[in-house]
Design a protein around this ligand. Structure first.
Ligand code: SF4
Ligand code: SF4
Length: 430
């Protein structure tokens, strides 16, 4: 980090010693996993910088906004409408966590058999390691999976600032009506805490910012369809993770700048791995920062990851919202409709997700699918069966992985993934 932020971290109530340890581990992991990659595009340097300052300069910016009276809104799920947060001049920050820290603290409140993501966000808070959660004015939960919704009750006891949106588990007409009411209620809540009335102008401006961000991420995703792949899966994953933290306008401009460079690479046939390298699509539970484990193993096994059917990935940006409406109510309803197009395994039935996966396999010219479920993530663990049936009917190479954030299963994962990559190389898709 470029500066000494000790005073700021201390004023946010972080556990300075433990936090220092965390930053050391993160920096080593980043060095080993990211900075050791070959042939990275120039434009990725901005994202390296963002990571090096993830608890530094970005927090300085957020604290400054907070002092200007702008609300800092923490979220855990891509169903929480970012447009509404921006419409009240708020800052949206993703609070999902992807590291095995604070687990002992978290397990004082949660069963050991809770998914790593939930344990991590509780652990980061309880161990005093997350400056983002400490900066928030409101933490928005949602009734998605059982683990999350029960953990929010405890998180609210600890922080006193959790607001939960009721997300239905089906997508029928009645559920859509309920969801529209929830989105309107959330808009009212944001107005109430900020004193800012959400107007049509504000909604239009906020929507155009979020839309531009999604378009840039779509552009990045489309560029990964080239062979050779102009960017590694690890780097693309990183960009998707950063999309939940960074200033959206600056982020969009940096992603577009990088995409200009990737377009040139694609035209020149420059890639991060030779043409014909096995191409893998990853699908399943979200990979919150700094969870780079699976991508690192896959790309270390001689394949390239070409896409993520995940919330830290395609589910976050695949649908745009760029229509204009003539009233606030109409616009908020349309925003609610847009979020209902996300296909999370918490929904039943969730056939649309199967269609999304098939379409990504085709568009990105993937040779194999790795279904990734965090251990104890029942929705994705169970849905893996239907995903396998949907694509494996056509005998498409499929590998189901259940793992967590620990490094204990690295050897076993490596063996299975290397065998999978070999199978792709020898198969008809090569
Ligand atoms: S997997 Fe489901 S619950 Fe988790 S962030 Fe995505 S949409 Fe939300
Ligand atoms: S990864 Fe699965 S179990 Fe964990 S919070 Fe997300 S949906 Fe719930």
């Amino acid at each position: 980090m470029s500066n000494d932020y000790t005073e700021m971290w201390s004023s946010l109530g972080l556990n300075l010693q433990a936090h220092q340890g965390l930053l050391g581990v993160l920096s080593d992991a980043y060095q080993n996993i990211y900075l050791s990659q070959q042939g990275r595009p120039e434009g990725i340097k901005y994202f390296d910088f963002v990571i090096s300052e993830v608890h530094g300069q970005r927090i300085v910016e957020i604290v400054k906004k907070k002092m200007e009276g702008k609300p800092i809104i923490g979220t855990f799920c891509v169903y929480v409408p970012e447009e509404l947060i921006l419409a009240v001049d708020g800052v949206a920050v993703g609070l999902c966590a992807g590291a095995d820290v604070g687990t002992d603290e978290a397990e004082k409140y949660l069963p050991r058999t809770t998914c790593a993501l939930i344990k991590a966000f509780m652990g980061f808070k309880l161990a005093g390691l997350c400056p983002y959660v400490e900066s928030t004015d409101l933490i928005v939960g949602e009734t998605t999976c059982d683990g999350k919704k029960k953990a929010y009750e405890i998180l609210n006891e600890v922080t006193g600032k959790v607001y939960v949106m009721e997300l239905p588990n089906m997508k029928n007409d009645e559920s859509k009506i309920l969801w529209k009411k929830e989105v309107r209620k959330f808009a009212r809540k944001l107005s109430e805490i900020t004193g800012i009335e959400i107007t049509l102008e504000r909604l239009k401006e906020a929507s155009s910012i979020v839309n531009a961000k999604r378009k840039a991420l779509q552009r990045l995703s489309a560029l990964r369809s080239h062979d050779p792949a102009p960017i590694s899966g690890l780097d693309a994953l990183l960009i998707n993770q950063v999309s939940f933290y960074d200033d959206p306008v600056r982020f969009t401009s940096q992603v577009n700048g990088l995409c200009d460079e990737l377009e040139k690479r694609a035209k020149a046939g420059t890639g991060v791995a030779p043409k014909g390298t096995p191409r893998v699509l990853i699908s399943g539970s979200p990979m919150a920062i700094p969870n780079w484990k699976l991508h690192a193993v896959v790309e270390g096994s001689g394949a390239v990851v070409v896409g993520e059917e995940s919330c830290v990935g395609e589910r976050n940006f695949s649908t745009l919202f760029d229509r204009s409406f003539s009233s606030v109510d109409e616009t908020i309803d349309a925003i609610a409709d847009r979020y209902m197009t996300i296909n999370c395994a918490c929904f039943t039935p969730n056939n649309e997700r199967l269609g999304d996966i098939k379409s990504m396999i085709e568009k990105l010219h993937a040779h194999g699918l790795i279904h990734y479920a965090l251990q104890f993530c029942t929705p994705y663990m169970v849905e893996a069966y239907r995903v396998r049936q949907a694509i494996n009917g056509g005998r498409f190479p499929f590998l189901g992985i259940e793992t967590d954030y620990s490094m204990e299963d690295m050897g076993q994962l490596k063996t299975r993934i290397e065998a999978f990559v070999e199978m792709i190389k020898e198969g008809p898709h090569s």
